[in-house]
Ligand binder design. Structure first.
Ligand code: PL3
Ligand code: FE2
Ligand code: FE2
Length: 232
C-alpha cells in the first residue's frame, strides 16, 4: 500500500535545482560571512562594552557559514559568490556608512533586526523543503538567529527613547531594500520550493514582533514593517 508523504517530490540533483541552489546557497554563505564581520566591527568600534557577547555571536555566524558551505558541497553545487556579494552590496554599504559615522542604532537595525529576521524567515520556510543534510544544519542555525535578533531587541529596548528617531529613519532607508532583494531571489527560491508570499509573511510577523518588543505601538509597528512594501 502506498504511504502518504508529507514532503513534496523534489529532485535535489536536477540541473534546475542545482542552478538555483548555486545562487541561494551563495547568498546564505555571504550573509553569514558579512554577519560575522558586522558583529566583529560592532565589538571593536561601537559597542566595546558588549565585546564578549558580540564576539560570541560573530563566532556563531562563522559556524553557520561553514554549515551552509557543507550544504552546497553535499549537493555538488558551487556557490555563485560574486552574485551574492552584489545581492548584499547596498545593505552592506549602508552598514559600513553607519559604522563609520558611529550610528550604532542604524547598525543594529540593519544587522540584528533586518538581516536576522530575513534569515529567520528564509530558514523557517526552507526547513520543510530542504534535503535531509541541509535540514539538520538549518534547524541548528535558525535557533541561533533568534538569539541574534534578541541581542538587538534588548539593546534597542533599553535605549528606546534616544534610539526611536534613528530607528524610524534607518527603517525608511533600509527596509525597502529587503523587498527588492526578495524580488531578486523569488524565482530561485520557488525552484527550491519556497514561496515568496510565505517569506514576506514570516518576515513581517517576526520583524513586527521585534519592533513591538522594542517599544513601538502597534500602530507604529504596522507603518514601520510595511515601509516600502506597496511599491516593491
Ligand atoms: C545572519 O545570521 C544570516 C544572514 C543570512 C541572510 C540570508 C537571507 C536569505 C534570503 C534568501 C532566501 C532563500 C533562503 C534559502 C535558505 C537556505
Ligand atoms: Fe547566522
Ligand atoms: Fe545571525
Amino acid at each position: 500500500m502506498p504511504t502518504l508523504e508529507a514532503s513534496p517530490v523534489m529532485d535535489f540533483q536536477s540541473e534546475t535545482y542545482k542552478d538555483a541552489y548555486s545562487r541561494i546557497n551563495a547568498i546564505v554563505i555571504e550573509g553569514e560571512f558579512e554577519a560575522n564581520d558586522n558583529y566583529k566591527s560592532l565589538a571593536e568600534h561601537l559597542m566595546s562594552d558588549h565585546k564578549d557577547e558580540l564576539i560570541k555571536l560573530a563566532k556563531m555566524e562563522n559556524r553557520h557559514m561553514k554549515g551552509f558551505q557543507a550544504c552546497g558541497k553535499n549537493l555538488s553545487v558551487t556557490p555563485d559568490m560574486p552574485f551574492a556579494k552584489d545581492f548584499f552590496s547596498q545593505l552592506h554599504g549602508n552598514f559600513q556608512t553607519a559604522l563609520a559615522e558611529g550610528n550604532v542604532v542604524t547598525c543594529l537595525l540593519i544587522q540584528s533586526l533586518i538581516i536576522e529576521t530575513f534569515a529567520i524567515a528564509a530558514y523557517n520556510i526552507y526547513i520543510p523543503v530542504a534535503d535531509d543534510f541541509a535540514r539538520k544544519i538549518t534547524e541548528g542555525v535558525v535557533k541561533d538567529e533568534y538569539l541574534h535578533l534578541n541581542f538587538g531587541e534588548e539593546w534597542l529596548k533599553a535605549n528606546f527613547e534616544t534610539a526611536k528617531a534613528e530607528l524610524e529613519e534607518a527603517n525608511r532607508a533600509n527596509l525597502p531594500l529587503v523587498w527588492k532583494m526578495l524580488n531578486e531571489v523569488e524565482k530561485d527560491a520557488a525552484v527550491l520550493g519556497m514561496e515568496k508570499d510565505a517569506l514576506v509573511e514570516d518576515f513581517m510577523i517576526t520583524y513586527g514582533e521585534a519592533l513591538a518588543n522594542i517599544g513601538f505601538t502597534s500602530r507604529e509597528v504596522m507603518k514601520l514593517s510595511a515601509q516600502g512594501l506597496a511599491s516593491a
